[in-house]
Structure formats: structure tokens, C-alpha cells
Design a protein around this ligand. Structure first.
Ligand code: BOM
Length: 141
């Protein structure tokens, strides 16, 4: 659900600042991680892919090949209130997008394409959070 996704985004987004340097993601490209969900934010920059890899590694959500670690992602999402309602859908959507870009060798480029695909599919499934929902839970984490 969008409510659960707002929690996941708020928590995951807290690691962005730790990852800015190594990913090269400037504040000009993305000011705050939850802007990922803005309708007018385009998920296109390679640096954002690098940042998502760095952030995922803080929670072991990716394997060594920068592809999703299914079990850890499942457990991570389930750790949020009502997370069991979202975990299977989210893992399925991400994996489906990951398969579409399997031929891209550059990890950062592949991850940003996968993330853009995931954003679109999450919006289509009605599980993309509103910015106001995320802002309401940011202080919890
Ligand atoms: O192949 C690598 C798969 C990784 C793609 C990650 C897509 C999601 C990143 C952007 C969305 C964030 C929202 C919530 C946190 C998800 C862990």
C-alpha cells in the first residue's frame, strides 16, 4: 500500500546523505530522496542509480552484482507497520523491472533504469506514496 511505501521511503531515504559523495549525486539533481515520488521528478541520472546501490548496501538489500537480494528486501519491507501487505508486491515489481534491463552492464545505469520502471509500475498499481504522506512519517525515523 501507499501508506507502507511512505514508511519504507522515509526510512530508506535517511541514508542518502551518507551516499552523496561516493555516488556523485548533487543536491541539484535530487534535493531529498522522497522527491523520487514527485510526478515532475525524472528518474534518469546515473548518479541516482549509484546512490541507490550505496543506500541499499547499508541494509544488505542487494547482492554483489547490484541486483536485489529477494529475501533481505522481503524482510526489510516486512519490518515496517503493515509491511506484509506490501512486501510481495514490491519484490515482484522490482524483479520484473530488473529483468527488463538485464543486458545493461553498467550497474548504476541499470539500477536507475530499474528504479524508473519500478516508480511507473508502483504508480500504476496505486502503491506510490504522496509526498505529504512521506513527510508525515519522516520524523519517526
Ligand atoms: O536491480 C536493482 C534493483 C534495485 C531497484 C530499486 C528500486 C527502488 C529504488 C527507489 C525507490 C525507493 C523507495 C523505497 C525504498 C526501496 C528499498
Amino acid at each position: 500500500t501507499a501508506e507502507v511505501m511512505s514508511h519504507v521511503t522515509a526510512h530508506f531515504g535517511k541514508t542518502l546523505e551518507e551516499c552523496r559523495e561516493e555516488s556523485g549525486l548533487s543536491g541539484e539533481i535530487m534535493e531529498e530522496f522522497h522527491h523520487f515520488w514527485r510526478e515532475d521528478f525524472e528518474v534518469v541520472h546515473r548518479e541516482l542509480g549509484c546512490a541507490i546501490i550505496c543506500m541499499s548496501n547499508k541494509f544488505q538489500l542487494m547482492q554483489d552484482d547490484a541486483r536485489m537480494h529477494h529475501e533481505n528486501m522481503h524482510d526489510y519491507i516486512k519490518s515496517f507497520p503493515k509491511g506484509d501487505l506490501l512486501s510481495e508486491t514490491m519484490v515482484r515489481l522490482i524483479h520484473n523491472c530488473e529483468k527488463k534491463y538485464d543486458d545493461i552492464d553498467d550497474e548504476c545505469s541499470r539500477v536507475v533504469k530499474t528504479a524508473a520502471c519500478f516508480k511507473k509500475d508502483a504508480q500504476a498499481e496505486g502503491i506510490a506514496p504522496e509526498l505529504t504522506m512521506i513527510e508525515a512519517v519522516l520524523k519517526k525515523y
